[in-house]
Design a protein around this ligand. Structure first.
Ligand code: KIV
Length: 276
């Protein structure tokens, strides 16, 4: 069934069943109106903690809180009807151990109504993924470049540059897979490593900057819409929102300065879509 004609909401189980089949279409989303536009085309909408950087202007994702994730998760759930909505757990709210992770994940699912959570799962996190999955929390893992570890790794550097790093990424992915992750985001690795990971795990892999060797792709939506001057090399821009917004703001300012305001009669007349 095509994404356009789908009715039921995508579930974590149906995402897991897509291993090796039609590629999974995934994007981030942070607000209700954007989510409603992306939803008919996507299998998964991720309320990524990238929102700290691309919405709130933070220097990294380390400053993001559970309250921020819940607020944006609720907004996306209001806009999305059929995609599986996955919410990132914020830095410092799950790494201490399985019990802390369960408490945070349960709160996020309860307060947003989302269908799953994502954690940046280093090799240490297998136990946490199992603990959550066994207790009814579908977990999407995230291996390779892990932005929440940027203070340790020194920034947003691709992973797998030497054999030890390649083995570590494979190990992270295997640990998450064996522990029951329903999907695994693989970020910032080359095509050969992405292929190795994809073959090594039963869960579908979702690449970001990780080639077409994965079972699907995710992009950060403002990047693919061209909102920023700079975007990572692997991102194809499908729109030029930055130029459109700048142009709209310039034309608006010209109108206001020339007093080209709506007339009084038009001011409070509501515009309704044709046919209503
Ligand atoms: O936070 C995020 O947007 C993510 C994607 C980059 C996968 O984790």
């Amino acid at each position: 069934m095509s994404a356009q004609s789908r009715r039921d909401r995508v579930t974590a189980a149906s995402v897991r069943a897509r291993k090796g089949a039609e590629p999974l279409v995934c994007l981030t989303a942070y607000d209700a109106p954007t989510a409603s536009l992306l939803d008919p085309h996507c299998d998964v909408l991720l309320v990524g903690d990238s929102l700290g950087m691309v919405v709130h202007g933070l220097p990294s994702t380390v400053g993001v809180t559970t309250e921020m994730m819940i607020l944006h998760g609720q907004a996306v759930m209001r806009g999305a009807r059929q995609a599986l909505v996955v919410v990132d757990l914020a830095f410092g709210t799950y790494e201490a151990g399985p019990a802390q992770a369960f408490e945070t994940a349960a709160r996020v699912l309860r307060e947003t109504g989302a269908g799953a959570v994502k954690i940046e799962s280093g090799a240490y996190a297998g136990e946490t993924v199992r603990y959550l999955s066994e207790r009814g929390v579908p977990v999407m893992a995230h291996v390779g470049l892990r932005p929440q570890a940027s203070l340790v790794t020194g920034g947003f550097r691709a992973k797998g540059r030497d054999e030890a790093e390649r083995a570590a990424v494979l190990e992270e992915a295997r640990a998450a897979d064996e522990a029951g992750a329903f999907a695994i985001v693989v970020e910032g690795v080359d095509a050969r490593l992405a292929e190795e990971v994809t073959k090594a795990v039963a869960a579908p892999t979702i690449g970001i900057g990780a080639s077409a060797a994965c079972d699907g792709q995710i992009l950060v939506v403002p990047d693919m819409l061209g909102l920023f001057e700079w975007t990572p090399k692997f991102v194809r821009r499908y729109a030029d929102l930055r130029a459109d917004i700048e142009d709209a703001a310039r034309r608006y300012a010209e109108d206001v300065r020339a007093r080209r305001f709506p007339s009084d009669a038009e001011t409070y007349r509501l515009r309704r879509p044709a046919g209503e």
